[in-house]
Structures are given as C-alpha cells and as structure tokens.
Write a protein that binds this ligand. Structure first.
Ligand SMILES: NC(=O)c1ccc[n+]([C@@H]2O[C@H](COP(=O)([O-])OP(=O)(O)OC[C@H]3O[C@@H](n4cnc5c(N)ncnc54)[C@H](OP(=O)(O)O)[C@@H]3O)[C@@H](O)[C@H]2O)c1
Length: 429
C-alpha cells in the first residue's frame, strides 16, 4: 500500500475525541476507501485526562498545539475552537509550513476564511472545513463538487440545532422560551452561556461560509444581519400555527442585482414547506441551483459522532489527493460583492401588537400602515375585554423592510399600544 497520510489532531474535546475514535475504529475502512492508510500520528491537548478511550499506542501526545507544526504530520486538524487565538495561530503556522489543515471551526472560518484560503493556496495545500456548517451534513462538498455546474441565487437553512430544538419544544409543549432553554441546558443541548446559539451568531457564522461557497465571494461575516430567538413567545408560536406557519430560525443568503443579502432571524414558514418539518436538533440546508433546481440536505448539525464524520470526510479527500479550492473558486478570484442592506429587503410580515381595546385603535394602526404603503392581508384579535390589553395579530403583504419599520415605529408611538410590536418575517419558499 502507498504512503500513509499522517494526521495530527489539536484539541481532544467533544469533536477531537470523536475524530480520534473514528480514525482508530474505522482505520481499515478508511485505508481501503482512500487507497492508503490514514494514520493518527499525534494529538495536542493540554489536559492529559482527555484520553478518548481508544488505543493510543504509537501516537505522540503534545501538550502544546503549536508543536504539531514542527512535527512530521501531513494534516493538522484544528478542533480547539474560537475565532482567533491559538486556533488561528495554529492554522496560519501549519499552512505556512505546507501542512494541510482541516477544521470544524465556523467562527474561525467566518472571520478569517478568506485570508486562510489565500494562505492555503499560496502554500499549495488544502484547507477543509466541512464540519463547520451543518455538522454531519456534507453540504460544502455538495456545493463545491456535486453542484459545481450550478449558479446559485439562494441558499438557506436551519443551521443551529439548539435553536431548532427550543422552537420545536416550545411548539410541542406550549412553554415559554426561558423555560425550554433551561431544560435544553440541563439536557446538554444548550451551552451554559447560550448567547452564541440563541442570539443567532452561530447561524450567522455558518451562513457567511455558505454564501461564500455558493456565490464565489469573500466571506463577509460583518455583512450578516443577525437576530436570535429570545423574543419568540409561546403566543407567537400558537398564532403561527393558526395561520398555517411554523417558526424557524433561518439563515438566508440571496444573490440579487443589488448585491448579496445575508440575514439570520426567526421566520414564519408554511407548514407544508419541506424545511418546516425539520424538527428538534436536526439541521437542514436548501440550495437552489439554476440547473439542479431545489435540493435539501438534512442531518444532525452537531454532536461528537456526526461532526467527526464530517471532519474525517475532509481528511479522506486529502488522503485521496482531491484538491478543491477552499470556497470553490481560486482564493484570488473570490469576488467582493456589495451588501444589500436589510432596509431594502422585501417580504411579507407577521406583527403582533398588545393594544388597549378601545374605539379608534384600529383606525390608528390602519393609518400608520397606509402612510407607509404597507397593506394588510389579515387580522386576528384574541379576546375582547374593553379597556384591557388584548393581542392583535396582522399579516402584511409583501413590502419593503424600511417601510415596515417606519410603520411599526408610528404604531408603537400610539398611546393604545402597550408594548413594542413583535414582528416576524414571513418567508416564501
Ligand atoms: N460540539 C459540536 O457539536 C460541534 C459541531 C460542529 C463544530 N464544532 C466546532 O468544533 C470545534 C471544537 O468543538 P468542541 O465542542 O469539541 O469543543 P471542546 O469540547 O471545548 O474541545 C476543545 C478542546 O480543545 C482543547 N484545547 C484548548 N486549548 C488548547 C490548546 N492550546 N492546545 C490544544 N488543545 C486545546 C480543550 O482542552 P481543555 O478543555 O482541557 O482546556 C478541549 O479539549 C469548535 O470550533 C466548534 O465550533 C463543534
């Protein structure tokens, strides 16, 4: 058999541990498929108690991750995490030393993807990051290779399992966000500090990467409009159900004449849309290619084994000698596309108001909408208690976000409106 590919894994946490287990347990399968042994040669992890529970005979253990750069490994697998710090330093140094790099680190690729892609290309090595988007779903491979002949106008998805779990559980149980989040933390589905997940940042990291691969542009995380799910209430979920929708946290990237629109926010999606049925911790990515049409990929978006599967997929490509540009086109050719601001977004809207039920309130609301050319599609009122606050839900026809925002500001200023309006965008698929 030909020369083994020597692997060095940095970080033996959840994903590093899973990757080591896979490399050791399925070594024969991998060797047969790649036509050469794929050998775990070294690990780097400061904590010696983090032994993944497999036979590590012959594997060199470094406490300092940077030691991998000077070692004889061919591939450095960065599984430490963080958008900068040691992860960035390690990847930069490994690429500069002519070693291939595999990472699951979405924050790193979202912030430094373009610069690292250039470094990889300059050194003639590969930078792979399949596990950074959609966990075990091989979406980067599908976009870069399987659909290489397609132009993409839109790519979108459910990219965070924690948020999807919370929204699914809220719908199934009628419970509020804070209550379900607490339970998700107890079950290990949410971090002790859940902000990256529930505030949409993790989804935004992944969306910025997807947009780059789909549109052949530089990764532009700063251009992503980001909202999370903290404001979603049990009442919104119930109204959505009555109106025929499910609420999902989506990342949506579109290429329009005005530039690239990248947005992360809760969306109402038709219950019959395929993505609406993706529930719990599952992720889904939908890519709309100009020849293939709509394709959807579903799978586990996180966790030790699915994510290790994607990491090893990247390693397998290197073992087979497959060289694909980091973001699908040469790093030097990545376009710098203008950002289409959220104020220019057009779409339909759901708005829930809490108003004091008294004469003239509806006239004020209708007047504000009329003044900003926003047209109402339907209205629902829950309960009727003169003089007391009631919920009023409206759906609005397709309109420009700037007009919707201006109309809502006017509505909020009305003395009869007792709390800020809750607005959720309705997404047509
Ligand atoms: N968890 C998932 O489901 C998932 C899914 C997709 C992608 N990812 C990505 O995968 C990466 C790893 O995530 P994870 O969940 O496995 O994190 P984790 O469990 O916190 O593991 C990180 C590991 O890196 C170690 N480490 C810290 N500093 C180090 C250094 N200087 N040198 C070597 N090792 C060091 C940590 O050791 P100590 O803790 O002992 O300090 C820890 O064992 C992240 O980029 C994450 O975004 C994770």
């Amino acid at each position: 058999m030909s020369t083994p590919l020597r692997i060095g894994v940095a970080g033996l946490g959840t994903i590093g541990g899973g990757t080591v287990k896979l490399l050791v347990q399925n070594a024969d399968l991998l060797a047969a498929r790649c036509g050469r042994p794929v050998t775990l040669a070294a690990v780097a992890e400061p904590n010696r108690n983090r032994n993944p529970g497999v036979n590590m005979d012959g594997v060199t253990w470094y406490e300092d991750a940077m030691a991998l750069v000077d070692s004889d490994v061919d591939v450095v697998v960065e599984l430490i995490g963080g958008s900068g710090g040691i992860a960035l330093k390690l990847c930069q140094a490994a690429l500069a030393r002519g070693k291939h790099v595999v990472t699951a680190n979405k924050a790193l690729i979202a912030h430094h993807g373009t610069e690292l892609a250039r470094a990889a290309e300059g050194a003639g090595v590969v930078l792979n990051y399949e596990a950074a988007v959609g966990g075990g779903i091989p979406i980067i491979k599908a976009l870069r290779e399987g659909m290489v002949g397609n132009g993409f106008a839109r790519v979108y998805g459910i990219l965070n399992g924690t948020c999807n779990y919370i929204l699914t559980t809220m719908r199934e149980t009628g419970r509020e966000f804070a209550d379900v989040l607490r339970e998700a933390q107890e079950l290990g589905y949410a971090e002790a500090d859940p902000s990256f997940d529930v505030d949409g940042v993790d989804t935004a990291h992944k969306l910025a990467i997807l947009a780059s691969v789909a549109f052949g542009c530089e990764v532009d995380f700063q251009a992503v409009h980001v909202e999370g799910i903290r404001q979603i209430s049990a009442e919104d979920i119930q109204f959505a159900d009555e109106l025929g929708y499910r609420i999902k946290l989506l990342g949506v990237a579109s290429r329009t004449d005005g530039g690239v629109e990248q947005r992360v926010h809760p969306c109402m999606v038709d219950k019959k849309a395929p993505i609406a049925s993706v529930e719990g911790v599952f992720n889904a990515v939908v890519a709309e290619g100009d020849f293939v049409d709509t394709t959807m990929y579903v799978g586990r978006g996180a966790g030790e084994r699915p994510t290790a599967s994607a990491v090893v997929g990247d390693i397998g490509d290197i073992a087979r000698g497959l060289r694909v540009p980091t973001f699908g086109v040469a790093a030097g050719s990545l376009a710098r596309l203008p950002t289409r601001p959220m104020s220019e977004h057009t779409g339909a809207y759901y708005v829930r108001l809490t108003v004091v039920d008294k004469p003239g309130v509806f006239a004020d609301i209708a007047g504000a909408l009329r003044d900003h050319q926003v047209s109402m599609e339907s209205v629902l009122q829950r309960g009727r208690d003169p003089g007391e606050p009631v919920s009023v839900v409206m759906t609005l026809h397709e309109t420009v976000e700037a007009d919707m925002t201006a109309a809502l500001a006017k509505i909020e200023a009305s003395p009869a409106v007792v709390e800020p309006p809750h607005m959720i965008r309705i997404e047509e698929f």
